[in-house]
Design a protein around this ligand. Structure first.
Ligand SMILES: [Zn+2]
Length: 656
């Protein structure tokens, strides 16, 4: 008996079935249940004059269309030392990509394009990498060995990245636990991608070869917030040394995530730490969803090894659609194919990520592996069908499809059809056995898409062009004298004071910590308030106002002292700050006049509460007490700021 199938309902049902909850509703119990596990690889460029293995300048960037020459390469698979083809190598070969490098003479020499062997390792970079390693309590290696790490996406023309381990087995402290560090490596940065369309991927070589450190943690983080905290700590630690490059693109992280029974999936190049919690939350649940799909498939299909897709070429006349991409495909003379996926009914629209379904997993791979630009397909479980039911019934007949099958329709140039069919079958077969090992690209909304097959662990081999570099104890000891150890203690102090993490960078960059500490200790103010006042409010004011004469930050101590002596509530200082900052010579009383502050006795302010409550009753009939309290606070706020703390006032409103 046929039942009407509703893809949206199926998406909702499957999301419920795997126990997905939005991050805001998730607790540690949620993450324990799905076995959340995550580790980090934090990359940070080191600030050096020259690149790591040649003498080209570092940090000199060009626009996409500024170049002197182009070099074209084709990627070919080579056997690894063990005589096996690496998964990534095969995938990159199947994509039949032509790689083009755009080169500007002033930032690229023959080394970057693999025409000459490397120059000796940049000593400035090595020293800085050792100092940062010491700060993270790594054990420094006795000898630096340069190795080659395979890179087959074309982002490094040689096909490998030169990298060297500098420190091993370190640790960083988070608020509630220690996170173990595996290693810190010094390596060369890769090319920046200009575009990747159909069979052509274009890179530019300006960033290639810039020294980079990579800090790798153990997968010790058990919830998304810990991942963010660890990442912030490592980034902060790197930056606090003053030895690294700052600014957009200078720091990037790869986040590894798995769920219980899942696989290590690498979310690449996350450029904002604040994206991490949402991304890791969703990735863990995506894997959890894939495991559910596996369970369903194995219940339906007793012999997965014999499972295969079938396909038919269909004509554009089969469908009477007005869908623009299909019209375009027809105009381009693209082939149109219908594919039957036996027993996949209800799985194409199975939840994987917020607003993403299993069909997206196939669509993303068709783009990356078969080079079919999106939109490249439609299917039998679209939320908004592109092909109507009658047409789809005809297609199903052509395919001799059974009721519990699902169907895909895709289009593309004839030469890509074979790879596309293989890609579809391969992804579906993986659904029977595992969560595929892959790297994924991140988006601001917290979702990810397939990027590449994750390379195997055995993609490292020694660099025959470089000699080992011995590091003597004396050399290390000399470098260790130069390390700003106190900054770490100060960081922990701010954490203990509960000052928000996004305030730290500004505080350390401007060296405000000693002043903050003095205000807290000598005047007895709430540490969280003072830290936030400097890290957020002062930062804002400095960015938006211009002082008429030199502003000395020591004024701020006197400002806090003034508030204490005058028994003014500390919140008032936020309003006084722009005034005092703009006019450093002003006396504080005049600043108060300029912001229209009037001294009013606490008791007087509180005495207005009953009257305001009566007034509230006349303007709104049936409202909750919180709404009433909020309204009364709003009415009194202007008079209250500086005269009474808002918490104290609120308590009075609630109790009156
Ligand atoms: Zn060079």
């Amino acid at each position: 008996m046929k039942t009407k199938f509703d893809p949206v309902q199926n998406y909702n049902n499957t999301r419920g079935a795997i126990g997905y909850v939005p991050r805001k509703k998730a607790t540690q119990k949620t993450y324990n249940e799905i076995g959340f596990m995550s580790g980090l690889e934090v990359h940070q460029q080191i600030d050096t004059k020259e690149k790591l293995f040649c003498r080209c300048p570092a940090g000199c960037y060009h626009d996409n269309d500024v170049f002197d020459a182009e070099v074209i390469r084709h990627m070919r698979p080579t056997l690894s030392e063990l005589g096996e083809y690496d998964g990534t190598a095969l995938m990159e070969f199947r994509t039949r990509k032509e790689i083009i490098y755009r080169i500007k003479n002033e930032t690229t020499c023959t080394y970057e394009v693999d025409d000459t062997p490397p120059f000796p390792l940049n000593n400035e970079a090595l020293e800085k990498a050792i100092k940062i390693s010491l700060l993270s309590k790594f054990k420094i290696v006795g000898e630096v060995h340069i190795t080659r790490k395979q890179y087959l996406d074309g982002s490094i023309p040689t096909g490998f990245q030169r990298t060297a381990i500098i420190g091993v087995e370190g640790e960083i402290p988070l608020k509630n636990k220690k996170v173990r560090l595996i290693q810190l490596s010094l390596e060369e940065d890769s090319c920046r991608e200009v575009s990747d369309i159909r069979h052509t991927r274009i890179f530019k070589t300006d960033r290639l070869g810039i020294p980079l450190i990579e800090t790798v943690t153990y997968p010790d983080m058990v919830n998304p917030d810990e991942v963010k905290e660890a990442c912030n700590y490592i980034r902060f630690l790197n930056r606090s040394t003053g030895l690294v490059r700052v600014g957009s693109g200078a720091g990037r992280e790869d986040v590894n995530v798995s769920c219980r029974g899942g696989t290590r999936v690498e979310i690449k190049g996350v450029s904002h730490t604040k994206w991490i919690p949402e991304l890791t939350h969703n990735e863990c649940f995506r894997q959890w969803a894939l495991l559910n799909i596996r369970k369903i498939l194995n219940e339906r299909v007793s012999d997965p090894k014999s499972w295969k897709i079938s396909h038919e070429f269909i004509t554009y006349q089969t469908t009477k659609v007005k869908y623009a991409p299909l019209k375009e495909a027809k105009a381009n003379n693209y082939k149109l194919l219908a594919v039957n996926l036996p027993h996949f009914r209800g799985l194409l629209s199975h939840f994987t990520q917020p607003e993403k379904i299993f069909a997206n997993e196939i669509c993303d791979r068709l783009k990356v592996i078969a080079c079919l630009e999106k939109p490249n397909m439609t299917h039998s479980e679209e939320f908004v069908p592109i092909i109507n039911e009658t047409d789809f019934e005809k297609i199903k007949k052509t395919l001799k499809a059974a009721d519990d099958d699902a169907q895909l329709i895709f289009w593309g140039p004839e030469e890509d059809v074979k790879t596309a069919l293989e890609t579809i079958e391969e992804r579906c077969l993986m659904a029977f056995t595992c969560v595929p090992n892959e790297t994924r690209k991140s988006f601001e909304d917290g979702t990810t898409i397939f990027e590449r097959v994750l390379p195997g662990a055995d993609r490292m081999y020694p660099d025959t062009d470089s000699k080992p570099i011995p590091l003597t104890d004396e050399y290390i000891n000399n470098l260790s004298k130069d390390i700003p150890q106190e900054i770490i203690e100060r960081y922990h102090q701010l954490q203990k004071w509960d000052v928000p993490e996004d305030a730290y960078t500004f505080i350390f960059k401007r060296n405000h910590f000693p002043l903050i500490e003095r205000i807290i200790k000598e005047l007895g103010y709430d540490p969280k308030f003072v830290g936030t006042f400097f890290g957020h409010r002062l930062k804002y004011v400095e960015g938006h106002y211009k002082p008429v004469s030199k502003f000395k930050h020591s004024i701020l101590f006197h400002l806090f002292k003034f508030a204490k002596e005058q028994k003014l509530d500390v919140q008032l200082l936020k309003y006084m700050l722009p005034e005092v900052y703009e006019h450093p010579q002003i006396d504080f009383e005049s600043a108060l006049t300029n912001i229209n502050f009037k001294r009013i006795d606490k008791k007087e302010i509180v005495s207005h509460i009953p009257f305001l409550k009566d007034k509230f009753k006349t303007i709104r009939k049936k409202d909750k007490p919180e709404v009433e309290a909020k309204w009364v606070m709003g009415e009194l706020r202007k008079r209250a700021v500086g005269n009474i703390s808002l918490t104290e006032l609120y308590n009075n409103v609630v109790k009156n």
